[in-house]
Design a protein around this ligand. Sequence first.
Ligand code: FAD
Length: 502
Amino acid sequence: MSDQAIRSILIVGGGTAGWISAAVLARFLDPARCTITLIESEEIGTIGVGEATVPLMQHLNGLLGIDEREFVRATQGSFKLGIEFRDWGRIGDRFFHGFGDYGDAIEGVAPHQHWLKLRGEGDPTPIDAYSLPWAMAERGRFAPPSSDPAKQQHYYRYAFHFDALLYARFLRNYCEQRGVRRIEGRVVDAALDGESGRIAAVITADGERHAADLFIDCSGFRGLLIEEALGTGYEDWRHWLPCDSAVVAPSALAGPPAPYTLSTAREAGWQWRIPLQHRMGNGYVYASGFTDDARARDLFTANVEGALLADPRLLRFTTGRRKRFWNRNCVAIGLAGGFMEPLESTSIQLIQTAIARLIEYFPDRNWDPRVAEEYNRVTTSEFERIRDFLILHYCLTRRDDAPLWDHCRAMALPDTLAHKIATFRATGRVPLLSEESYQEPSWVAIFAGNGLLPDRYDPLVDRIDRDRLRAGLAHRRQQIAEAAEATPPHGLFLNRCCRAEA
Ligand code: FAD
C-alpha cells in the first residue's frame, strides 16, 4: 500500500446520493485500509422524492450483488419500461420513450430509417408500433427481456420505480453490514487546512470534529462542503430549462401499477405519475416565472389520479451544475453537485456514474490536480449532454396555448444541441459522444414524438425492395403485438416475483 493512499472517507448526507456512494465505496475498497463514515441528520431529513430510474439501476444492483427481487420488495418498487409523454408536442399528442431500440437493425441499417421511408410514402404507422416496451406498457404487461437475439423480446431494457425513503433505509442496512460507520449528527462547520485549503474536518453540532482524507458532499441542494465551505460556484441553466419548482404528493393507487412513468405537459411545466406497489408518486414541475404557486398547486391536485395521501409539498430548485464537481479533496455527488428536472429520471443515474467515476479516478494524498480535472471534464460533459436532451423535449414543442411553450419554441439553444438537431434534420442520424447517456433511439423517440422528421432517410434503405420492406415491417409489428400479448400483467409479475417470496 502506498504511503500516500487515502485512509479515510467521510460522506456528508444520507439521502440516495450518500447511501449509494457509501455502498459502492464499501463494495470496492478494503475496510481494513480505508474507513468509510457517513454523517446524516434525521432532523434535516432527505428530499424524499426521486422515485423513477433508468436501466443503469439494474447494473448498480448487479454491481452491489443485490438481488433484484429483494430490492423491489424492500422498496415497494415496480418495473419501468419507459416514459409516456402526453400533450408535449401538441395537446392530445402521445408518444413513448421506451428503454430499447425499435427492434434490431435491418441489413445493417437502424430500424427507424426504414420506418422513415414508409412514413415519407404516406404510411401513418407511428414509430411506437415498433417498440416492444410500448406494446407491453400500453397493455400493462411486464417481463424481463429474453437473452435470445432472434426474438423481439431481446430488444429492450427496463428500470424501476421505488420509494426513495425505503431505498435509503435498504442501502443503509447494506452499508452497515459492510463496515460503513454511520454518525447521527448535524454538520455545522468545516475546518480547512490553512496551507492547502483542503477540508481537514467537519464539525457537528455536539462539538465533535470528524477528520478524513477525502470528503464526499452528499448534503443536498445546499452543498454544505462544496459550496458553503469551498465556495466552488454554480452554473445556472434556467435560461434553457426554466422550471424551478415542484409541488409533490403521493396518492392512492387507482388500479394495478402501470409499468411506465407518465409525464403530461401542462401550462407551465409537466406532471409526473409514478406507480409503486403501495401508492402513486405525483408531482408537477413548473416554472415559477410562468405561473404562481397557488395556481400550480390547484392544477396539480385537480389532475392527480386517486385520493391524495398527504398535503402537497412545495420544492424549489435551480437547474444547473457546480462549476467543479471535484474541488480540492471534496467531491460533490447528488443534488450537491447539480440538478436537472426529473423529466427523464436522470438524477440517480448521475449519482451512479459519479461514484463509479470516482472509483475509476480514485485519488491518493498527492492530490495530483490532473486527476480531478479529468473527473470534472467527463462529468461536465455528461451533465451537459443530458441537459441538451432535456431541452430537446421543450424546444420542439408546437404548443401555443401558454407563454411557457412560446418561450421554449423561441429560446436560443446550446450549440451542441443545435448541431444535433441540424444533423438529425439532414441525415436522420444523431451525432453522439462516448459519454452520452442517451443513444440514438432515445433521441429518435423525442424527435419523432414531437413531429420533427428528417429531410431524408438513409439511402441504403433503398437496397431493400419496397414490397419486401412493407411486408417485413408489418411482420415485425405483428411479432411485437404477439410478444406483448404473451407477456404477463405487470401486477401479476410483481406478485409472483416479490410478494410470494416475502
Ligand atoms: P437529499 O435527499 O437532500 O439528502 C441530503 C442528505 O444530507 C440528508 O441525509 C440530510 O440529512 C443530509 N444533510 C444536509 N445537511 C446536513 C447537515 N448540516 N448535517 C448533516 N447532514 C446533513 N431523481 C431521479 O433519479 N428520479 C426521479 O424521478 C427524481 N424525481 C425528482 C423530483 C423532484 C421534484 C426533485 C427535486 C428531485 C428528483 N430527483 C429524482 C432527484 C433525487 O431526489 C435526488 O437526486 C436524490 O434523492 C439524491 O438526493 P441527495 O441524496 O443528493 O440529497
